[in-house]
Design a protein around this ligand. Structure first.
Ligand code: HT7
Ligand code: ZN
Length: 874
């Protein structure tokens, strides 16, 4: 397969001003009539070059230029390309293609899901619909006529506004849509189905009424309210915080069951994976409710950061994704708790993005090459990209950042631009020089900050030395230090925040500062201190870096209970737990455990005056995935055993406190997804899980009762998960059966049922997981089901996946090969756990590598899987 390089970017030779589409939808296929108004690009030096259009899996029926059907020798159909040799400066090209949506299992382009037609065009799906210059810097106005059987497909949707509709012969009908905003073809969408419509309205800041519509299958009609409310909150928030008003008169959301990712921001017609939009208290957990709110917001925010201002090429993907993730994170923080949201984001970064950045697919936020762009919808592009924009905000301050975003939107409205244009707008609006900061976009790898300190008692000066280094990554060595905001505070022995005087005579010094690191090494001196303080470093996770500092357990215990910064209180607790668990890895079972950990956790479980949302987070022990990420050569069974020991030790020591915590947090009120209720349910479910880890009989009874009496999925799933992970085998089987009987007709709940089993080291033994693949509920063509079983097993059931005999690895290799023929995008994502083989202890490493080799040797490997596997074995 061919590698695409950023350095080879050229402006398009031809531009498309207007696209006129007509879709004839049938059961055995679809005919697509396309007429493109094309002209030479005055900015291109290609002159009268042949016209080249992208295509994929298309049957070409005819080509006409300015209405004249072209003879066979006037064009060349190369399958992935249609070449028209001689074209005038300006012309209309009409192409008719035949496609088979009903056989499209890749879910790119036009396909069928649960009987409805729908599209997914990002990144390069439009070329599976018709021949087109499928690149984001070609922006055109689309007019789309959809024709289909009236009974089977009463709802016909596309981007923009409906301008015409009517009946046709043979019980068919049509609707024509016009989108007034020029857009790249990756934002094109079409939906045809038998769907119910839920309507609402939103009045914008300038007084315009926007028609809000959700389209779902009839059985899901009662699961739309949360997404609709989330949408309205998002629209208001984007006006208030970024000054962005919605531009069309209609905004539509459609739910589809078969979808490769979470959702898609098509102009005016967002398409969602059902699991990311449908919710009722009986079927969705608190986490799902929060995720839906965030995704609805994310897709809506793309209307400005992505659609009105789009990417010049796919190397710039983080321009829209990084910025939009930051925007949705700010929104979620404003809707709930800033600290909790920051903890969640930092956890994801440290656990999964740092691992990606240290693995074989490591790439910069703005990559410089790729084979398959779908492989670059990564945590680095999304999450690290968001951290990079967040750092700009931290460096500029909120007001200048807003000036910068206003300038960016105003300057580039209607354009396809680069990450550099974004940074330039921030520079121009603020007057700050971000030239060194740009390295964050260019260099891959997670920077390490090595921090050392000393106290000069005579001068009352505390000296902090910070050294920055960035590890080598594939294709990149000898990296330059990056401009990094480093937030910190200092505490005295009572936990009081000390003024941070950078010179002896500084007045009114702040108690928190953002230091700016630009050199390989910095020394900062803090004056006027009576005693050596305790440092609170990298507050709020002010940069996506690893901090190494020789914390003592005393310091961590102190910070855990005294740091005025909630994020760092949580961070100290995590570091302490990591330290205790790591000290037990590979040690005999009777190695004593630091009793101070129990004291600290007892305080969390018993003191109800603490912020309960923060406590709920602090009670989550560092995950196995995070412990693996921190290890040099991970021995998963040993890590699992050490973590279980700590968990059991805490549960035994705190047994009565856990029961009291459980009872104290019983909910008496109607279910609502408020921060208080979410924290309460989380605490209750943690207490339950811990009690069942130690086979506590009262815990078992509480779990069974909670399972039976729950009026919401958070409680029911909390009890189910605790029982599934317990040694109470017959209870486990009974509740799993009951759960399936209750919810078997609801695909989103069945996904949870599959995943709770496959991700459990207890219930997810390999034969059981194989049996799930044979279950009537499983469907190879549905990505959610595949993720719920295979993804959950390999990504969450780490003892199962890393079984010493290598059976987990072989299992994954086998399923990836099978999936590669059905859906290469999903196959390429699923193979990820194997690509981390170098991270593991030798016995595991070699077996993982040979499983990867099995995948490499499959015949007819897709370029998606090819790229991931070959880069991992290089
Ligand atoms: N921008 C959307 C990306 C997306 C996607 C990419 C590749 C293949 C399938 C896909 N579905 C959606 C989603 C987003 O970031 O908002
Ligand atoms: Zn996005």
């Amino acid at each position: 397969p061919q590698t695409i390089y950023l350095s080879e970017y050229r402006v398009p030779a031809y531009l498309v001003d207007n696209v006129d589409l007509r879709f004839e939808l049938f059961e055995d296929g679809a005919r697509v009539h396309s007429t493109l108004a094309i002209r030479r690009n005055p900015e291109s030096d290609a002159g009268a070059a042949p016209l080249e259009l992208d295509g994929d899996s298309l049957v070409l029926e005819s080509v006409a230029l300015n209405g004249e059907v072209l003879a066979d020798d006037a064009f060349e159909d190369r399958g992935d390309r249609l070449i028209v040799n001689s074209v005038p400066e300006q012309f209309k090209l009409s192409v008719v293609t035949w496609i088979e949506p009903q056989n499209n299992t890749r879910l790119e382009g036009l396909y069928k899901s649960s009987g409805m037609f729908c599209t997914q065009c990002e990144a390069e799906g439009f070329r599976c619909i018709t021949f087109f210059p499928d690149r984001p810097d070609v922006m055109a106005r689309f007019r789309t006529r959809v024709e289909a059987d009236k009974t089977a497909y009463p709802v016909l949707l596309s981007n923009g506004n409906p301008v015409e509709s009517g009946d046709l012969d043979n019980d068919r009908h049509f609707v024509t849509w016009e989108d007034p905003f020029p857009k790249p073809c990756y934002l094109f969408a079409l939906v045809a189905g038998d769907l119910v419509e839920k309507r609402d309205t939103f009045t914008t800041c300038s007084g315009r009424d926007i028609d809000l519509r959700m389209y779902v299958e009839p059985r899901n009609a009662d699961k739309c309210a949360h997404a609709m409310d989330s949408l309205k909150r998002s629209m208001r928030w984007d006006e208030d915080v970024y000054g962005r008003e919605y531009d069309l008169d209609i905004f539509m959301i459609v739910a589809v069951d078969d979808f490769n990712m979470g959702a898609m921001e098509n102009k005016g017609l967002n398409i969602f994976n059902s699991s990311c939009v449908l919710a009722s208290k009986e079927t969705a957990t608190d986490v799902a409710f929060q995720r839906i709110e965030a995704i609805v917001a994310h897709e809506y925010f793309h209307n400005w950061s992505g659609n009105r201002v789009t990417c010049r090429d796919w190397f710039q993907l983080s321009l829209k994704e990084g910025f939009t993730v930051l925007r949705d994170a700010q929104f979620s923080a404003d809707m709930g708790s800033d600290t909790v949201k920051r903890i969640e984001d930092a956890t994801l970064m440290r656990t999964a993005q740092f691992a990606e950045d240290a693995g074989p697919m490591s790439h910069p936020v703005r990559p410089s090459s790729y084979i398959e762009i779908s492989n670059f919808y990564t945590l680095t592009i999304y999450e690290k990209g968001a951290e990079v924009v967040r750092m700009i905000r931290t460096l500029l301050g909120e007001d200048l950042f807003r000036k910068g975003s206003d300038l960016y939107f105003e300057r580039h409205d209607g354009q396809a631009v680069t990450t550099d244009d974004f940074v330039k707008a921030m520079e121009d609006a603020s007057g700050r020089d971000l030239s060194q900061f740009r390295l964050w976009y260019e260099q891959a790898g997670t920077p390490v900050l090595d921090v050392a300190d000393e106290f000069d008692a005579e001068r009352g000066v505390y000296r902090l030395t910070v050294r920055q280094s960035i590890p080598d990554t594939p294709g990149q060595t000898d990296k330059q230090p990056q401009h990094t905001p480093f937030a910190l505070g200092l505490l005295d022995e009572h936990g009081k925040a000390l003024p941070l005087r950078l010179s002896a005579n500084e007045q009114d010094a702040p108690v928190e500062r953002v230091l700016e690191l630009t050199d390989e090494s910095h020394v900062f001196e803090f004056h006027g201190l009576a005693q050596k303080p305790t440092p609170s470093l990298l507050r709020h996770f002010s940069a996506p870096v690893r901090v190494h500092y020789p914390w003592t357990r005393e310091q961590l215990l102190f910070l855990m209970s005294h740091d005025p910064d909630g994020f760092n209180r949580w961070d100290a607790g995590q570091r302490l737990a990591v330290d205790v668990i790591q000290s037990l890895v590979g040690e005999p079972k009777d190695t004593p455990l630091d009793s101070r950990l129990v004291t600290a956790y007892r305080h969390l479980v018993t003191d109800s005056s603490l912020d309960q949302a923060l406590v709920a987070k602090m009670l989550q022990l560092p995950s196995e995935a995070y412990l693996i990420e921190l290890a040099r050569e991970a021995d998963v069974p040993a890590i699992h055993a050490a973590r279980e020991r700590v968990l059991k030790h805490l549960a035994i020591a705190l047994r009565d406190d856990l029961v009291a915590c459980y009872r104290r947090n019983a909910s008496g009120e109607d279910y609502a997804v408020t921060p208080e209720q979410v924290a309460r349910r989380s605490l209750r479910n943690t207490a339950l899980a811990w009690l069942l880890v130690i086979n506590d009989e009262e815990g078992r009874e509480l779990a069974l009762r909670q399972y039976r009496e729950a009026d919401n999925m958070t409680d029911r799933m909390g009890a189910l998960r605790a029982l599934v992970n317990s040694d109470y085998e017959s209870d486990r089987e009974q509740v799993l059966d009951d759960f399936y009987q209750r919810f078997q007709t609801d695909p989103q709940v069945v996904e949870q049922w599959l995943s709770v089993q496959a991700s459990s080291p207890v219930a997810g033994q390999l034969p059981k997981v194989r049996a799930l693949l044979e279950h009537e509920a499983f469907d190879w063509r549905n990505p959610n089901k595949v993720r719920s079983v295979i993804g959950a097993f390999a990504g969450q059931n780490l003892p199962g996946f890393h079984a010493v005999d290598g059976s987990g690895y072989d299992f994954l290799a086998e399923q990836v090969c099978r999936l590669d023929d059905i859906n290469p995008q999903i196959a390429a994502r699923l193979v990820t756990p194997l690509t981390r083989w170098k991270k593991f202890a030798p016995a595991y490493r070699s077996q993982m590598k040979s499983a990867l080799e099995q995948v490499r040797d499959k015949s007819g490997l897709s370029k998606d899987v090819y790229e991931v596997v070959h880069k991992s074995l290089a």
